[in-house]
Write a new protein. Structure first.
Length: 160
C-alpha cells in the first residue's frame, strides 16, 4: 500500500507543472499559445522579431540568431556561436542554462540554474506541440517567456 501511495505522489508531482505549448494553427509556426500567453512574429515568416503579450522578443542584431533580448532586462544567448543546443538566460541577477538532453536532438531539454525543469516535444518528430514541466512561480515573466521561446526557436532553427 505504501508503494502505491509513493508512486501516486511521484506521478502527481511530475505532472503538476506540465503545460502545453503549441502552434495556434497546424503547420503555422508564426503564432504559438502557452496558457494565456501568445507568441507572434511581427511579420509573417520573419523570425527575428516577435511580440508576446506586450513584451518584445528580438535578435540583438539583425539575423544574429545567437543573441536575443526579451523585454528590457532579459538576455538570451547561445553558449557557443551557432550552436543551438545550449542556451543561457540572464536577467536581474538570475542565470539559467538550458541544454538539449541528447546531443543534436532538439526534442528534449534540461533546464537548470536558478530554476529547474524540462521541456520536450509531445510526439517525437512533431515540433509543433511541447510539454513544459517547470514551476514558473519563482521567476519573472520575461524569464518565463525566454524559456518558452527556446522551444519555439528550436522548432524553427532548421529553417535558418
Amino acid at each position: 500500500m505504501n508503494r502505491i501511495i509513493t508512486i501516486i505522489i511521484i506521478f502527481i508531482s511530475n505532472i503538476s507543472y506540465n503545460q502545453i505549448l503549441k502552434t495556434q494553427f497546424s503547420n503555422d509556426f508564426n503564432t504559438w499559445k502557452y496558457e494565456n500567453i501568445t507568441f507572434k512574429t511581427t511579420f509573417n515568416n520573419e523570425y527575428n522579431q516577435w511580440s508576446c503579450n506586450g513584451t518584445k522578443i528580438r535578435t540583438s542584431f539583425n539575423n544574429d540568431w545567437d543573441n536575443w533580448r526579451i523585454g528590457n532586462s532579459t538576455s538570451l544567448k547561445t553558449t557557443f556561436s551557432n550552436n543551438f543546443n545550449s542556451w543561457e538566460i540572464t536577467s536581474k541577477g538570475k542565470k539559467i542554462r538550458i541544454q538539449t538532453t541528447f546531443s543534436n536532438n532538439k526534442n528534449r531539454w534540461n533546464i537548470y540554474g536558478d530554476i529547474k525543469g524540462s521541456m520536450k516535444t509531445i510526439f517525437s518528430n512533431d515540433m509543433s506541440r511541447w510539454n513544459i514541466n517547470i514551476d514558473f512561480n519563482t521567476v519573472s515573466d520575461e524569464i518565463k517567456k525566454a524559456i518558452i521561446f527556446i522551444a519555439i526557436f528550436s522548432s524553427l532553427s532548421d529553417k535558418f
